[in-house]
Write a protein that binds this ligand. Structure first.
Ligand code: CA
Length: 228
């Protein structure tokens, strides 16, 4: 999952970027409205955190422009604590949620998670595949068979990239996912996006989940097969 943070505060922006990156998101940070507008219009983000008070072009203007162009990316706006009229304007312009400054980072994380869950076709709060549950907080797979006499709890560690890839696939089951699309959602703007590397990670996920979970569609990409 890939996020855009548009925030000009020199301390807050990098702090949020680093924190969200630790949560397993690919994150781009834009520090002015021109840059944010360009990235938001051209890169396929899964959600945007948008400070309304940006230099060069304000956030509200960008939001209106994206929505007018049919861009439905989930947007959480950051506003001044007492900026109720700003919030109303932001929601009217198509924001999905808002947070007044200052805020606790944990609240922002919870709201971003909720936005992504609502936006994904797989709206389940828990991502499950076969005996596994994807633990998004700890970035691993856990088998917790609660039936009497069920198998004991096991844990399958995942590398950061395996986790990102699996989470994205689990949120888009039954869709053909091209290597380019996967790379775009897994890596930030500055990363070297070698889509061939995706093959390596898919192979590792198949070893964990079984080959039948991730189908190859020749010339098109991959398809994640959810539980029936
Ligand atoms: Ca600002």
């Amino acid at each position: 999952m890939r996020l855009l943070i548009a925030e000009d505060d020199a301390a807050l922006g990098p702090r949020l970027r680093d924190r969200l990156a630790r949560e397993g998101y690919a994150v781009d940070l834009a520090v002015d409205g021109i840059d944010a507008g360009h990235l938001g219009a051209t890169e396929p983000y899964d959600a945007v955190i948008l400070d309304l008070g940006l230099p060069r072009r304000n956030g509200l203007e960008l939001l209106r422009e994206w929505r007018a162009a049919g861009n439905q990316v989930p947007v959480l706006i950051l506003t001044a604590r007492d900026g109720w009229s700003e919030r109303v304007e932001g929601l009217r312009a198509g924001a999905d949620d808002y947070l007044g400054k200052p805020f606790h980072t944990e609240e922002l994380l919870a709201r971003v998670h909720a936005l992504l869950r609502r936006a994904a076709p797989a709206a389940a709060t828990e991502l499950r595949v076969g005996p596994w549950r994807l633990d998004e907080t700890r970035q691993c797979l856990v088998s917790d068979d609660a039936r009497p006499g069920g198998a004991p709890t096991r844990e399958q560690p995942l590398t950061a990239t395996e986790f990102r890839l699996l989470r994205y696939m689990m949120r888009h089951p039954g869709e053909i996912l091209s290597k380019t699309r996967l790379a775009e959602h897994l890596y930030d703007y500055d990363s070297d996006r070698d889509s061939n590397v995706i093959e390596v990670y898919v192979r590792r996920l198949r070893q964990i989940l079984g080959d039948e979970r991730i189908e190859t569609r020749r010339g098109q990409g991959y398809l994640f097969v959810a539980d029936r």
